[in-house]
Design a binder for this molecule. Structure first.
Ligand code: ADP
Length: 320
């Protein structure tokens, strides 16, 4: 039986024509072969493949290779969204398949954008057909139109943000930052929502505590996590922000509705919402952006949550 490597080399001409990226690794996760398409779509030079140097993608690809289960990982920092998946060959060689996720993403986005537009159309048509003559109904419908426009705006802003992050167009300038100040700024912005929901936000971060991050991008992470904690917590509860278990980490804790074990791995997917009807006014994009930013920082996120018992989102960032 020829080994995977030999078969791969024998079929190299054919493999090079495939519209899918293939990279072959040995059991020690060193690259042993690849096809042309992989070089193109990964935007890596052939010499770098030879040197086993995957640059920025290194940690993302080793995450795929290290997982026991077959799972898709979105590769970010490239000019187009890609998905990587591990396949284990019989002789313990590993083939990484890289495919373009672009089409799929466009499909999802169009679907999400159509919903508020359909709602606006229905509401305005009803108004024109006569609902406008009853002031109370007219007011209610216009309020709903207003909410749908807000949702659409939020969705579009988040999509722009996400595409900037994923295409690597968002430049990153990491420096030491006072976490307490960042959290205070985020609280200021979100105080209105907190007051409306009667929730208290407590910043427990000590004055001298520092993280190493891009200032603007980390704002997005902090705001998103606090906003979620406010959205998914009951009136009268408290949201706490404090340093995490190791230097450079931090966490946002709430005592809200929590997330079940089976849902936790899915919440970072684009457009995923645990219960579409419950998460009214949400886009399902927030955590996908958070994860992309944390990945770009070379960090990771841990979620500790029990349904009905609150959630903790812990962000681990490298300290330099
Ligand atoms: P959304 O705009 O829907 O909040 P996110 O990507 O931020 O989108 O979150 C995805 C889903 O994860 C949410 O719809 C919600 O079901 C769940 N979720 C996120 N944060 C929390 C939290 N703090 N408590 C409970 N559920 C949460």
């Amino acid at each position: 039986m020829p080994e995977t490597r030999e078969t791969f080399e024998l079929l190299k001409n054919y493999v090079d024509q495939l519209p899918i990226g293939l990279v072959l690794f040995d059991s020690k996760k060193s690259i042993i072969s690849w096809n042309k398409y992989a070089i193109n779509i990964l935007e890596i030079k052939e010499e770098d493949f030879k040197k086993n140097d995957l640059g920025l993608l290194k940690s993302q690809i080793s995450e795929v290779l290290s997982s026991d289960k077959s799972f898709d990982k979105e590769l970010i920092g490239l000019s187009k969204p890609l998905k990587a998946r591990k396949v284990l060959a019989e002789d313990k060689n590993i083939i990484l398949i890289i495919s373009e996720a672009h089409q799929e993403a466009i499909g999802e986005m169009s679907h999400e954008l159509r919903r508020p537009i359909t709602n606006i159309k229905t509401l305005t048509e009803s108004l024109l057909l006569g609902a406008k003559n009853d002031p109370e109904t007219a007011r209610k419908f216009l309020e709903q139109v207003n909410n749908e426009v807000d949702r659409l705006t939020r969705l579009i802003n988040e999509l722009i943000n996400l595409s900037k992050i994923r295409s690597g167009k968002l430049s990153q300038e990491k420096k030491k930052i006072s976490l307490k100040l960042k959290v205070d700024e985020a609280i200021k912005l979100l105080q209105g929502i907190a007051d409306k929901n009667k929730i208290k936000i407590v910043n427990e971060v000590p004055e001298q505590y520092q993280i190493f991050a891009d200032s603007e991008q980390i704002d997005h992470v902090i705001q998103n996590l606090i906003e979620n904690a406010l959205k998914y917590s009951p009136e009268g509860s408290i949201v706490n922000i404090k340093p995490g278990p190791v230097p450079g980490s931090f966490q946002v804790d709430d005592t809200g509705i929590g997330i079940s074990d089976s849902e936790v791995p899915k919440i970072f997917d684009r457009f995923y919402r645990v219960d579409r009807t419950r998460a009214k006014g949400s886009s399902g994009l927030g955590l996908s952006i958070v994860k992309n930013v944390v990945d770009l920082h070379g960090g990771r996120i841990e979620v500790k949550s029990k349904q009905g018992n609150g959630s903790s989102f812990i962000i681990y960032l490298p300290i330099d």
